[in-house]
Design a protein around this ligand. Sequence first.
Ligand code: GLN
Ligand code: ZN
Length: 760
Amino acid sequence: MKIESSNLGFPRIGAEREWKRVLEDFWAGKTEEKDFLPAMKRIRLEHIKKQADAGVNRVPVGDFTLYDHVLDTAVMFGLIPERFQHREGPVSLNTYFSMARGAEGKAACEMTKWFNTNYHYIVPEWGEAEPVLTENKPLTAWREAKEELGIEGKPVLLGPYTFAKLSKGFKPADLPGVLKKLVPLYAKVLRELEDAGVEWVQVDEPALVLTHPHGEMEAVEEVYQELARSVSGVRIMLQTYFGSIEHYQDVARLPVAGIGLDFQAGREGNLHSLRRFGFPENKVMGVGILDGRNIWRGDLPQELDFLEGELRSLGACSGWWIQPSCSLIHVPVSVGKEEELPPVLKRALSFAEEKLEETTLLTRALCERKEMVEEGLQAARDALHGLARSELRTRPEVREAVRQVTELDTWRDTPYPERRRIQQERFRLPLFPTTTIGSLPQTREVRGARLKWRRGDWSDARYREFVKKEIADWIHIQEELDLDVLVHGEFERTDMVEYFGEKLDGFAFTRYGWVQSYGSRCVKPPILFGDVEFREAMTVEEVVYAQSLTSRPVKGMLTGPVTILNWSFVRDDLPRQEVARQVALALKAEVKALEAAGIGMIQMDEPALREGLPLKSEEQKTYLDWAISSFRLAVSGTVAETQVHTHMCYSDFHDILEAIREMDADVISIETSRSHGELIEAFETHTYDKGIGLGVYDIHSPRVPPVEEMAESVRRALRVLEPSLFWINPDCGLKTRTRDEVVPALRNMVEAARHLREEQ
Ligand code: GLN
Ligand code: ZN
C-alpha cells in the first residue's frame, strides 16, 4: 500500500495578511488590475511552493481565490444573477467583486456561513439562464503551478452535489434537475484536466456529511456515474470533511478513485461505518487525521498507533493519503513568529504550516523506520503533556463554581409578560423603537489611537480620553438622529471576542493568528486554553460614561458565552459545555456590575450561536440545550426592570427558532437583510412573542438605502410579527463603515420608523 502526504487547502491570507492588503488596495483604487493580478499570483505561488517544500506530496492548487471559492465556482459556471448584466464570455473582476460586495444599485449576493465554520461563502443563485463554463479555473491553476514552479499539483474543485446544495433559486425537489445541468460542465472541466495530464483531482463534497434524505443519494450516484463515463484518465479523490459520511455504503460504491474521510470531526461515525462495511480495496483512502479546525498539536504517537493498529486492521485499500481533516483555511498560517505566548502553550500549538510538518512527519513514520522520526513524535507528546500539567490550565475555584450551577440558576425570576409590563413602564419607548446593534465606525483614527496606545506611545489616560471623546461625539450624533436606544459604539474593542478574552483569565492571544472570515475580513480568534475567570469589570466605565451624557437608554454591550466559545480556539481536554459554563459565570459577574452601575438595558450578542450547531441533526438538541442554558445563565441574575437584549447574525433560523425562544431575551435583533426575506418565512410557521428587530438594511455595502426600501422590509416582517413587539435596527457591524455612510443611512432608517408609526 502506497502512503503519501496530502493537503486539502491552504490559507489564502498570507502569514502577514498580505492578501488582504493587496485586495483592499485594489478595491480602494490604489492599484490597477495590471498590478493587482501579478501581486495575487505571487502570493498564490508562494503558498504552493511552501507546501511542496514542507514535503507534501499532493499539493492542492485552485483552492486559492480572490474572494471566495464558492463564488469562483458560481462564476466558473456562469451563474451571474441578471442584475449584474453580464454578457457572455469571461467574467470581469468588476462583476466578480460586485457580486461579492454589491455595487451602485445592485445588491450583493447573499452570504452565509460555510457549514459549521466562521468562514462565509457567497450563495450561488440560479436564475433563468442555463449554466455555461466560462473558464476552467482548476486547469488554469494547475498549469500555472506547473509552468512557474514545476509542481504538478492536485486541482481542487467544489463538487457538484455540495455546490448544488449550497445554491439557491430552486426548490429542494429540483435538486436532481440542477445536478443534471451541472454534470456536463463538470465533465468538461475534468476532461480538460485529463487532456492536460492531470493525475488526481480533489472533488470536495462536504455536503455528504450532512443529514440529508437518502433519496438524494440516487442523484449523487447518477452524477458520479456520468462523470466516470465521460472521463477515465483523471482520478477523483472524493473529499469529505466536517464530520462522518452520512450514507457511507452508497458513497463507498461511487465510481471514484479515492474517498477522503475526516478522522477528527467524524472519527467516531466514520470508524463505525468502516467497521461495518470496510473500505473499497481498489480506492485510496484520504486519511484526515490532523485537526484542520483547531490549533492544537496532534498527539502523534497516539495517532500513529491508531493508524497502524485499528485503521490498518479495518481493511486493505490501494493507498493512504495522510492529510489534515479539512482545508487549512480555518487555522492561522504559522506559529513560528508568535513570540509573546507562554512557551508551554506555544509548544502545544500547530497552525497551517505546522500541520503540514505534522502531516509529513506522520507519513514518514508510516513509511520509514519509526526510529527515524522518533524525536519528532516524542516532541509532540511532551508538548501536550507540558500544557496539561501547567497550572495555567486548572483553577479549582472555577471548577467548583461550575459544579454548583443548577437548572434554576439559569432562569430569571420574573416571567416575560410581567417583565415586559415593568420595562414598558420604565423606558416608555415609542412604537417601533429604533436602535443599532452596538458597534459604530472604527475609523482609521480610532484604530490608529489604539495602536499608539498598544505600542506605548500613548498613556492609558490619553487613550481613555480619546475613546471618551469618540463616545461623546456619537452619543450626540445618535441623539440628533433621534434614535430611541443608544449604544456607546464599542470604540475600545478591536473585536468582540478578543476584547473580553483579554480581560478574562484563561485566554491567550496571538499576534498573527488571523483566519479569513469573509472576503478580506479576517478574525484573530483567541486561544481559550485555561479555566476562565472574571477578574474585574470589563465594560462598565465606557457604558456608564455614555449613559451619563444622555437621558435616553444606552445598552451595555457584551458578547455571549457561546459566541466566545465558537469564535475562539478552545481547549479540547474539557467538554465544550463545561467551558461554556465557565465563560457564562464570568460574564454573569459583568452583567451584575453593569446593573449595579445603573445600566438598564444589557445586550449580550450571540451571533455565533447558530454556527456551532452540529451538522448532524441527532446531535443538535444536546448542543442547543447547553448553549442556550449557558446564555441564560449569564443573564439570569438581572432584575425584572433590566431589559436583556440579544443579537444573532444571519443564518438558517428554521431549525433553531424554538431554541431562540428558550433564550428568554426581552428583545432579540437578527441580522437578516441579506437573506432577502427568507427569515421572515421562518416566522410564518413559528410565532414569536418577545421583542424582536430584523435588520432593515445591509451594512456590508457602502450604499445608503432609501427610506421606502427599509419601510417596505419592515412591512413585510409585520405580516408575520406582532407590531407592538417590533424594533427597528440595521444589521450588525457598523464598525466597518464610515461615518459618512452610517449617518445618512441611520437618518433614513429613523425616517422609515416615523412613516411606519403613522401608518399604524
Ligand atoms: N455588537 C456588534 C456590532 O454591532 C455585533 C457584531 C456581530 O453580530 N457580529 O457590530
Ligand atoms: Zn450580527
